[in-house]
Design a protein around this ligand. Sequence first.
Ligand code: FE
Length: 456
Amino acid sequence: MPDYRRWICDACGYIYEEAKGDPDSGLPPGTLYEDIPQDWMCPLCGLTKADLRLLPDQPVKTAASRAPARNASAGKGSADTLVIVGAGIAAWSVAEEVRNLDAERPILIVTACEGISYPKPALSTAFAHGKSADDLIDNDAQGKAAELNIEIRTQTRVIKIDPVKKRLTTARGGIQYGQLVLALGARQRELPISGNAADKIFRINDLAAYRKFRQQLQAPVRHITILGAGLIGTEFSEDLTAGGYSVTVVDPAPYPMPSLLPEQVARRLESRLSQNGVQWLFGKTVESLDSGGDKLRATLSDGVAIETDLVLSAAGLVANTQLAEKAGLAVNRGIVVDHQMRSSVASIYALGDCAEVDGRLDAYIEPIRRQATTIAQDVVGQPSHYQPRSPLVRVKTPSFPLTVCLPANTNPNLISSVSDNDDRIEYYDGTQVVGFVLSNEQSRSGAGLYQKIAGL
Ligand code: FE
C-alpha cells in the first residue's frame, strides 16, 4: 500500500485524505494529490487544490494495522483513560491526534448527543448544495470509534467534574479519568425576545437542529427571518435565497459582518446579496414574536411588524463553560488555558470554541487541529507550544466569496485596491503584510497569502 498523505484546507479544516479520496466529487479512494484535477474545489468552502497544505504528520493508520488499545473499560474509564467530553470536530481531532502518537492509550469519548461526525461549516451552505442532514454525515459514532480503536458513550450528559477524584458524574453513572479534555463547543446566543412564539425560534448549532430545521422547511414556508448579519446569518441568507425562499435579515449593526469586514467591502456584499433577493433590515432588532393564524408576526424595535413563516437566530456564539466553572476551573469568556492547552487544573485540557488562549476566543475551525496536536503531544509527554494566530476565514457566500485574515495588530497600515468587481485590502505592519480582506476573484489568492503570513 502506498504511503498516503493528508492535506488540509486551512480555511475550513477539511482534510483531504488520499486514502479516502473525495467520492462525492468523483475522486475515488486512493486518488493522490497530484491526480486531483485543477478545477476541484474544497467540498466545504470552495477553495482550490492549490490551496491545500500538506499535513506534516504520519498517514492515519487503519484500525487493522494498529495494536489493540489496552482498555475495554466498558465505558467506565480508568485511572489511565484519556476522557474527551464532546463529539464535535475538536473532540474527534484530539482522539485522532492522540491515537496517531500512541496506539495503546485508552481513549473514551463521552457525549450528550448522538456523536455523529459531520463537517459543521457545511451546515450554512448545505441547502443550495441539495444536501440533507443525513447527506452530511461522514461516519456514525461507533464506526468512527472502531476506526480509531477508542470507546465512545453517546447520549451521556456529563453533569459534574470532580477534579480531585478525577471522576465525572453523568446521568448514566460515574466515569474515571486519568486526563480529561473538554471539547464542549459553543452555543448560539439567545436574544431577549418576548411573545407567544419566542420558543419557535430556530438556532442551528448542530446536525440535530439542522435536521429539525429542514423538516420545518417542508411545511409551507415562503418567508424566513434571520436574526443576525454575522458570518453564519449571512451565509444562511444566501443559501436559503438560492433555495427559493424569501429572506429578511435583521441586525442592530449598520451593515453585515462589521467585526470582520471594512465598511466598503461589507456594503458591496450587502448589495450583491440584495440583488439576489435578500432583504436587509439594519439598525433594528426583533422585540417580540407572536403567532397569528398560520403565520408568525415579528415586531421590530421601530414598531414595524413583519409577517414571516420561520425565524432563524444566528446572533453569535457563547462558549459552553458552565461545567468547567462548576468544577472550579478558571473561566473568562471561555475556559482559560495556557499554551499547552491546559486549564487551571493541569490534568484537564480544553480546546476549540469553548477555550480561551491569551484572551482570544477564536470560534473558527483553523485553530482546532493545531490545538488538538498540542494536547496530543502533551498527553504523550512531548509537550509543544500552541501559538494563537489570526485564523483564515472563508465567507461562504458563492455570489460574493470572501477570504479574510484579520491582523492581530490593531493599528496596521492599510493598502487597498478596489476594482469594479473585487476588493483587495492588505494590512501592513511596516513592510510586512499581516492580514487581508479579499473579495470575489481576489479571494482565490487568500490561502496562499495566509500561508505566507503564518509562515506555513
Ligand atoms: Fe475548505
